[in-house]
Design a protein around this ligand. Structure first.
Ligand code: ASP
Length: 315
């Protein structure tokens, strides 16, 4: 694997290998010194052209726990704001000879473009409405940890599927892992022909009880150029997941950030079925595994990635 641009590029065996690796890194995250020397001396550039809390912090932490040198560039405060094109920025940063570039962009296809301009491995950390592959991997990881596997598991993805890169990556990943996926939302918030991705479509929550996992999406108001819902209150009354709509056997997920009181009620967020915190925790180990897979996996398949950091050598 040279880049991670889309879940489409991975088969089930590759997903499982990354998740097994992530599980081995979970042990490192439990240590007091949470570092292994795997990527010592290698440089990772995080290029974020769009707001991010979880993804950017967990990529940074993942790279640091693998002992890489990390440079994080955000569009505000960088030359991007002065109009430097994506290509120029990537070429400038390539002067540091990075081993990997992690890119978040508001434009679909940006990560694939970057992959054509650099010799570094490129990781798509979210490109517009297109894909967010590491989110899907951490979601599968979280469910695997909880359920053992996804074969035959019924997952309902509820909400603004139209504007969601997470939905697209998740549908692909959940299907590859054997789950049955249903998407649910108002017709205005479901992409046309979404069922060609291999999922079923529902427009009401009437049959929600059949779901084993309820995966709620954020209403992406920043991507809405027209009125997609009559009002937030109206949307919430029909699609909001609250504790009343969840049964105790159902698991609840959300990629964050949550619009509290819109797609999710506080009593659901704080319910024992919610895996939202576990998803964030999984983000670090799964991104460690992705960076390992891209930068060290093929080179050193037999080496143990979780050997504790060696004592520092005298300079
Ligand atoms: N954090 C996720 C993303 O970057 C989901 C969201 O923003 O709603 O796509």
């Amino acid at each position: 694997m040279r880049h991670l641009l889309s879940i489409e590029d991975l088969d089930r065996a590759e997903i499982e290998r990354i998740l097994d690796r992530a599980a081995s890194f979970a042990e490192v995250s439990g240590r007091e010194i949470k570092k292994v020397p795997t990527l010592r001396g290698r440089t990772i550039v995080n290029l974020f052209y769009e707001a991010s809390t979880r993804t950017s912090s967990s990529f940074e932490l993942a790279a640091k726990r693998l002992s890489a040198d990390v440079v994080s560039v955000r569009s505000s405060g960088s030359s991007v704001q002065k109009g430097e094109s994506l290509k120029d920025t990537v070429q400038t940063l390539s002067a540091y000879d990075p081993a990997a570039i992690v890119i978040r962009s508001p434009h679909a296809g940006a990560a694939r473009l970057v992959a054509g301009w650099t010799t570094a491995a490129v990781v798509n950390a979210g490109d517009g409405k297109h894909e967010h592959p590491t989110q899907a991997l951490l979601d599968v990881y979280t469910l695997r940890q909880r359920l053992g596997g996804l074969d035959g598991v019924k997952i309902w993805i509820v909400g603004d599927v139209l504007h969601s890169r997470v939905a697209r990556s998740d549908i692909l990943a959940f299907r590859k892992m054997g789950a049955e996926v249903t998407v649910c939302g108002p017709p205005t918030l479901l992409p046309r022909a979404v069922e060609t991705l291999g999922c079923r479509v529902e427009h009401t929550l009437d049959r929600l009880a059949e779901a084993d996992v309820v995966y709620v999406l954020r209403l992406q108001q920043e991507r809405m150029v027209d009125a997609y819902v009559p009002s937030l209150r109206e949307y919430a009354s029909v699609y909001q997941i609250d504790a009343r709509r969840l049964s105790p056997r159902q698991l609840l997920m959300h990629p964050g950030p949550v619009n509290r009181g819109v797609e999710l009620a506080a009593d659901a967020i704080d319910s024992p079925q919610a895996l939202i915190v576990q998803q964030v925790e999984a983000g670090v180990v799964v991104r460690m595994a992705v960076l390992y897979e891209l930068l060290a996996g093929a080179r050193a398949p037999e080496s143990s990635p979780v050997e504790p950091d060696a004592a520092p050598q005298p300079a």
